[in-house]
Design a protein. Structure first.
Length: 260
C-alpha cells in the first residue's frame, strides 16, 4: 500500500449533486506541485457541471477511510489517513492544443505544502543531461492507477501494469488500424506504450509512465510520461496508449516551480 507514493487523485465536484469524484490522476513532484495532463484542468475540456476541487495523496483503496493490508503471516499493516489539499494555481502549458492534444501537460500548485512520509513522496524528474534525449523505445516501464474500461469495472485499489514502450511510428500504425483518433503526434513530444491484452482508459488520464534507474546508488523511479488518453481506443485490447513525454518540458516545469 506504500508503492508509488507520488500518485495523486484529482477530485472534481459535481455542481448539481455536490458529489465528489476522481476523473484524473497526477504525480507529486514537490511539496506543492502535482503534474498532470492539461486536459484534466482545462476549462475547455472539463464539462461545465464539474469543477476541480482538490488533490488527494496517500490513497490506495478508494472505498476505505483507512487503508490496510495483511502480510502472509497475518500481520495487519495500515497506512495513515489520506491527505487532501485545495487547488491554488493551475499552470497549463502555454502551447497546449486541445484539438490536436499536443503539449498535454499541466502543473497544479496546491494551497498548502505536504509533508513527505512513507506513503506520500515525490517521483524523480529525469533531469540528468543524458536522460533528456532518450526515447526509451524497446524498453519496459510501469503505469499505475485505478482506471476502468468498458470490459472491466474500476479497481478499488491502486494497481500497476508493466508496459512495453514502442517507437511512436509503430503505435500510430496500430491506432490507424482501429480507426484512428484524428490527433497529430510528434515523436519528440509524445511516446507510446502498451501492455499486451490490456488497455488504459480515460479515468487514468494524467497517470505516470515510470521507469526504474539508479541515482546515487539508490533505485529511483523516474517520471518519463504523462498519460494523455484516447477515448476512441481505450477499451480496445492491444491498442497503444499515448503519453506526453516529460523530457521536453523540464525547463518549463522548473520555470513554473521556481516562480513560486
Amino acid at each position: 500500500i506504500d508503492e508509488f507514493p507520488w500518485t495523486a487523485l484529482l477530485l472534481y465536484k459535481n455542481r448539481s449533486s455536490g458529489e465528489l469524484g476522481s476523473l484524473c490522476m497526477g504525480s507529486l513532484i514537490t511539496r506543492y506541485f502535482v503534474i498532470t495532463a492539461a486536459q484534466c484542468v482545462s476549462r475547455d475540456k472539463i464539462k461545465d457541471d464539474i469543477t476541480l476541487e482538490r488533490v488527494r495523496l496517500g490513497e490506495w483503496n478508494i472505498v476505505t477511510k483507512i487503508d490496510c493490508e495483511y502480510s502472509q503471516s497475518g500481520h495487519k499493516f495500515c497506512a495513515p489517513p489520506t491527505v487532501e489539499r485545495g487547488i491554488g494555481n493551475i499552470e497549463i502549458h502555454p502551447d497546449f492544443d486541445q484539438n490536436k492534444m499536443n503539449n498535454d501537460i499541466a502543473l497544479i500548485r496546491m494551497t498548502k505544502k505536504v509533508d513527505y512520509t512513507e506513503f506520500i513522496s515525490p517521483i524523480c524528474l529525469p533531469l540528468q543531461r543524458g536522460q533528456q534525449y532518450l526515447g526509451y523505445a524497446d524498453t519496459t516501464a510501469e503505469v499505475t492507477g485505478w482506471g476502468e474500461n468498458k470490459e472491466h469495472p474500476r479497481s478499488t485499489t491502486k494497481t500497476k501494469t508493466t508496459v512495453n514502450i514502442y517507437k511512436l511510428s509503430n503505435c500510430l500504425d496500430a491506432i490507424s488500424r482501429v480507426g484512428g483518433n484524428g490527433y497529430t503526434y510528434s515523436s519528440f513530444l509524445q511516446t507510446c506504450a502498451m501492455a499486451e491484452g490490456k488497455a488504459a482508459c480515460k479515468l487514468d488520464t494524467g497517470a505516470p509512465l515510470m521507469i526504474k534507474d539508479k541515482k546515487d546508488n539508490i533505485i529511483c523511479y523516474y517520471l518519463i510520461g504523462v498519460f494523455s488518453s484516447v477515448e476512441d481506443t481505450c477499451s480496445i485490447r492491444n491498442s497503444p496508449n499515448i503519453y506526453t513525454r516529460v523530457h521536453p518540458y523540464l525547463d518549463w516545469i522548473q520555470k513554473v516551480v521556481n516562480a513560486y
